[in-house]
Design a protein around this ligand. Structure first.
Ligand code: ZN
Ligand code: ZN
Length: 394
């Protein structure tokens, strides 16, 4: 199969992803194989490709907003499609495997805080977990599904048991811990794929799977309530979906972004005000979300908050936070990061997105132009979300 493969992180200007022919992956127990139609391009992919998120597996196929059709089910004893019996989960990607980092999602050093105390992370015991949940899972060959950032969680740690699988001690990520959707086929855990409602065509469904789900979780983390005044800082793929949820809840939305094109899109999607962060009204927002990868947004976002308000920071990587005066945080304001999302978040958001229904803005690139899509994303030149058209690969 064709895949865009990362062999070593590098600035995206140097085209670190290369189009390669690699063997088709084979699903192991409780896994499915998805024939990919579209894969969204997320800022997290950019952080992975450029190495701000340290590699846990190389070579790697990135991509975690996958829309496709299940074409093989590797469940032992189940209605297996084209599975190869006895195929071990950890051997499933012979093309891009052979890596020394392994599939454990674990590394020492500067990236350790993403995977703290990740003891005994072998793929076999990962698969053995969540068996009860898996029994209720009815994914079949031919189902149209989505594969998000959350590849799997252990189901047994204290966080999983409290419904916080996004904080799981043994969490695994699509297109980071395992190969993702910048390829014709991808392997997924049967119990972690998302069923997609017919309301969304394949292309429109792709941005929902990370940008949409994480944007929705950000609104929850910020404590947004119906009728609130909500500030959104940065207006990329995630914010252009989150604003539609906030408007659906009857919120007044202010959008803070430097880009005039993004300001115009924000107004078109119902923002009552759009402009630069420094021009925004102080003390105006009950809640705020920062979607920017820049820590410099945090002080102006705190300034925009009312007393008692929460700023949710939707970023997997932030380029440092500047020192700021305590008065910006006083009056019981809080700052919280948003880390990953749960399957419940995914289900809630997809249901809501179909009900609204959210309008999705996309720019389509062929699979082999993934470097170009990431470069345009880095330069802030994408309106809505960049999506790779994988189905057209011949
Ligand atoms: Zn993402
Ligand atoms: Zn867990």
């Amino acid at each position: 199969m064709k895949a865009m493969v990362l062999r070593g992180p590098a600035p995206v200007e140097s085209q670190p992803l290369s189009l390669e022919d690699v063997p088709e992956p084979v699903p192991g127990p409780r896994e499915v194989r998805i024939k990919v139609r579209f894969c969204g391009v997320c800022r997290t992919d950019l952080h992975i490709v450029e190495g701000e998120l340290p590699p846990v597996r190389l070579p790697l196929v990135p991509g975690h907003q996958v829309v496709g059709v299940v074409d093989a089910v590797g469940d032992a004893g189940g209605d297996a499609g084209t599975k190869a019996p006895g195929e071990a989960a950890s051997d499933r990607t012979p093309g891009t495997a052979g890596n020394t980092a392994g599939n454990t999602g674990r590394r020492a050093g500067d990236g350790a805080y993403y995977f703290a105390e990740d003891a005994g992370g072998d793929a076999e015991s990962d698969v053995a977990s969540n068996a009860a949940e898996d029994a209720n899972c009815r994914v079949r060959v031919g189902d149209r599904v989505g594969l998000p950032w959350l590849y799997s969680a252990c189901g047994r740690c204290s966080f999983c048991l409290k419904g916080q699988e996004n904080l799981c001690e043994r969490i695994r990520f699509t297109g980071y811990s395992y190969d993702g959707g910048y390829a014709e086929y991808v392997i997924a855990r049967k119990d972690f794929v998302v069923q997609l409602p017919p309301a969304f065509p394949d292309l429109d469904a792709a941005p929902l799977l990370c940008a949409g789900i994480i944007g929705y979780r950000s609104l929850k983390v910020a404590g947004v309530k119906p009728g609130d005044t909500v500030g959104l800082f940065g207006f990329g793929a995630s914010a252009h979906l989150a604003i539609q949820v906030a408007r659906h809840w009857g919120c007044d939305v202010l959008v803070f972004t430097r880009s005039e094109a993004h300001q115009n899109l924000a107004r078109a999607l119902g923002a009552s005000w759009a402009g630069k962060a420094e021009d925004g009204p102080a003390g105006s927002c009950d809640a705020a979300v920062s979607f920017a990868p820049a820590g410099s947004v945090i002080p102006p976002a705190l300034r925009a908050l009312k007393k008692g308000g929460t700023l949710a920071v939707n970023a997997v990587h932030l380029d440092g936070v500047p020192a700021f005066d305590y008065s910006l945080l006083y009056w019981e304001k809080s700052v919280k990061s948003v880390a990953n999302a749960t399957r419940e978040d995914a289900r809630e958001f997809i249901r809501l997105a179909a009900e609204i229904p959210v309008k999705v803005s996309t720019e389509v690139f062929p699979l082999e132009e993934a470097n170009e899509a990431l470069l345009r994303l880095k330069r802030g030149q994408i309106q809505g979300e960049a999506v790779l058209d994988v189905a057209q690969v011949l």
